[in-house]
Design a protein around this ligand. Structure first.
Ligand SMILES: [Fe+2]
Length: 322
């Protein structure tokens, strides 16, 4: 799976000479005897991408998540953290306040009880409380406020550095006039994202995660082919795909991970790898989704910033077939 333990350890172990782009970047200031530290090391680590958990008490949805978390923590090379891809609960979009709170609490309790790794939350459409039922708009937790409070997020989008890689967790869920949602990155978030990319050293590789894909081929199917052409819905793919793919290409984003579709693809386009990462819940806990097993992605980052991806079927069998 991906890099060997030896390659990873050789790249990331403390006390080694700094390899790759980070060596060139920081090495000038620190001379050729630079030592890799957790703060400035690049590569030599593993993380996992777990998207579309859809945690729920029904259909074995908690037991499935627990099994997935245990499988992640039993990997031979331990991941440094879990990057989520949204739709962590199922469902808050049209649910009552009590049901939504129950689901978020279930998510938090499951993480606390079953996972020792750091989990980075990403918001999906099913994590937005009651946009589908505007009669609840008076609730202080309406919309993304519940997810912000329960995930302990100041904003629903953020960035962090890990061993020389810049990670962007974006919020791709925007409201539509018809009480539904659309995939879009704009306004204040887009300004922040652009400014952060500009401030990032160009040589520093980056990873972006969104719930709704920035780019994917999974949307080419029988439901989008109409009148001899494909018609993409902005509920399935970010409507600002053209602008976003250009932005990622320009700023050395190596990998763009997404969820939402519960399918898998792996595309190299203009220097960026776009991956739709299946789903922890498969077909909403009713079995595999069009042949895609319940699973998660393992990403191995090498010393030079290159990344290898592998999808892991953690062995869940549906309690009820769909
Ligand atoms: Fe989903």
């Amino acid at each position: 799976m991906g890099f060997s333990r030896r390659e990873l350890l050789a790249a990331g172990g403390a006390g080694l000479l700094l390899p790759g782009w980070a060596g060139r970047l920081w090495g000038q200031a620190q001379a050729s005897t630079s030592i890799v530290t957790p703060e400035n090391a690049v590569g030599g680590f593993r993380f996992v991408h777990m998207t579309d958990w859809h945690i729920q008490p029904e259909k074995g949805g908690v037991e499935g998540v627990v099994k997935a978390l245990h499988r992640v923590q039993e990997l031979e090379i331990k991941p440094d953290f879990i990057l989520t891809g949204g739709d962590l609960v199922f469902d808050s979009f049209k649910a009552s306040r009590d049901r939504s709170l129950q689901l978020f609490d279930l998510f938090n309790k499951t993480i606390k009880d079953e996972c020792t790794l750091k989990v980075y939350p990403c918001i999906g459409n099913h994590d937005v409380y009651a946009w589908g039922d505007p009669t609840q708009a008076h609730d202080p937790l309406f919309g993304k406020m519940m997810a912000k409070e329960k995930f302990e997020l100041e904003k629903t989008y953020y960035a962090f550095n890990h061993k020389g890689i810049r990670f962007y967790v974006l919020d791709s869920i925007e409201p539509r006039d018809d009480n539904k949602y659309r995939g879009k990155i704009h306004g204040e978030q887009l300004e922040w994202f652009k400014a952060d990319l500009e401030a990032k050293p160009l040589m520093q590789p980056a990873v972006v995660v969104t719930h709704i894909p920035i780019f994917t081929v999974t949307v080419f199917n029988e439901s989008t082919y109409k009148n001899s052409s494909f018609e993409m819905q902005n509920g399935a793919i970010c409507e600002d795909t053209i602008m976003l793919t250009s932005l990622l290409e320009k700023h050395n984003v190596k990998l763009a991970l997404s969820g939402h579709i519960h399918l898998r693809d792996n595309i190299q386009m203009r220097g960026v790898q776009y991956i739709n990462g299946g789903a922890v819940c498969g077909s909403w806990w009713k079995g595999p989704h069009h042949g895609v097993q319940e699973g998660f992605g393992v990403v191995d980052v090498a010393a030079d910033g290159t990344m290898k991806y592998e999808y892991v079927d953690y062995g869940w069998e549906a309690v009820e077939e769909g």
